[in-house]
Design a protein around this ligand. Structure first.
Ligand code: PLP
Length: 378
């Protein structure tokens, strides 16, 4: 009996442990210098775009929509082929979520569908870099600008990816990252928002910290006393602690190695599965230089579930990413109907994520490949 192979897994090295232990022995467990340092280190991977660290990718989305001023009466246009948080956090601000269909090859938001979906009420156009492959950011930028909306990039999958030589994090008005354990780098739970706009960053920082205003020049009652801080808009506590920021900085030092290893594994799957008639290997567009988060295989002829069960029975932890967001009962109950985005539904029906993470060995990969080929009698 061989070990169970998960579809994603963290890579934690001694240097990561040392970084965390150093913070635990120090003065600041949270709101300290490791946070500032992690935010600066992250900016080294976003083309210099400043960042705000938060407690999860979901928090990053909630914060980004808050910074964008999303509220009741606004629309947020996004892809249904994503984790539900991309849409749920907009809905929690009271916005109406408008799902636009994806491109059949990459699974990323289709600019033509987005163009049709935007209205003068669209506050944010939210793309998702599915599997780590950047969305069509230039075409989507045009759509957002024409609609007078902000462009958000859910980059939970794509830190370290580049689009026409430009790093993810430097492309949108607001970029959100997730550092969950299975993502490209991890702080256990964690996330961040990047933005080139000082106003959006200020609003993001405020929402992360209860909306507290400490700057006396901006306070309504600055003479209250030296202890005084006041709230002008509601916020939450989404502060990522120093303990986890230290892990994040340490992991960022390993990001280039993660990127290389993920690319090798992705290429190994491609080479071994491209000639299997029952599957489609992942597409890659000109100009896309992905840091691959998922290996998103497409299984043809209605055999996705059978292959899923076949692999799981052999201890291979495949996953399906994602059920179209509006299929969740919470959206169905709001009146969203199946059939809304046919490309996303067709993509979902075929999709199967094979194990992909930095510490996966070549022999693990070959075991997965043999199991997939074996299923098809190859
Ligand atoms: C993981 C993920 C999120 C949420 O991130 P968490 O850190 O798990 O809260 C949001 N969007 C996408 C596309 C994701 O994959």
């Amino acid at each position: 009996m061989t070990d169970f192979l998960p579809y994603g897994r963290q890579s934690v090295a001694d240097e990561d442990l040392d970084a965390v232990a150093a913070v635990l022995r120090g003065d600041w467990l949270t709101t300290g210098p490791a946070v500032t340092r992690f935010e600066a280190d992250l900016a080294g991977h976003t083309g210099g775009t400043p960042t705000v660290a938060v407690t999860s990718g979901t928090a990053a989305l909630h914060v980004a929509y808050a910074a964008a001023g999303v509220g009741a009466g606004d629309e947020v246009v996004t892809s249904p082929l994503t984790f539900v948080a991309t849409a749920a956090t907009a809905a929690l601000h009271g916005a109406t979520v408008v799902f636009a269909d994806v491109e059949p090859d990459t699974g990323n938001l289709d600019p033509a569908a987005a163009r049709t979906a935007v209205t003068d009420r669209t506050r944010v156009l939210a793309a998702v870099d599915y599997a780590g492959h950047p969305a069509e950011l230039d075409a989507l930028r045009e759509v957002a600008d024409t609609a007078g909306s902000l462009l958000l990039e859910d980059a939970a999958h794509s830190i370290g990816s580049r689009w026409h030589e430009r790093p993810v994090g430097s492309l949108a008005d607001l970029t959100t990252f997730s550092f969950f354990a299975t993502k490209n780098l991890t702080t256990a739970e964690g996330g961040a928002v990047a933005s080139p706009s000082p106003e959006l960053l200020d609003r993001a920082r405020a929402f992360r910290n209860h909306g507290l205003v400490r700057d006396r020049d901006r306070q309504r009652h600055p003479d209250e006393g030296p202890w005084h801080q006041e709230v002008h808009e509601f916020g939450l506590n989404y502060r990522l602690p120093d303990v986890l920021c230290a892990l994040g900085s340490s992991q960022l030092g390993r990001l280039a190695a993660f990127r290389r290893r993920r690319a090798e594994i992705h290429a190994r799957y491609d080479a071994a599965l491209a000639d299997v008639p029952g599957v489609l290997t992942p597409a890659r567009r000109d100009g896309a230089d992905p840091m691959w988060h998922l290996y998103a295989l497409r299984v043809l002829d209605g055999r996705r579930r059978a292959l899923f069960e076949h692999l799981r029975a052999q201890g291979i932890g495949v996953q399906v990413n994602y059920i179209p967001a509006y299929w969740h009962p919470v959206f169905a109950d709001l009146g969203y109907r199946r059939g809304l985005c046919p490309n996303a539904e067709a993509f979902y029906a075929q999709q199967l994520s094979l194990p992909l993470f930095a510490d996966l060995t070549d022999s693990d990969v070959d075991r997965v490949i043999d199991a997939v080929r074996g299923f098809f009698g190859e």
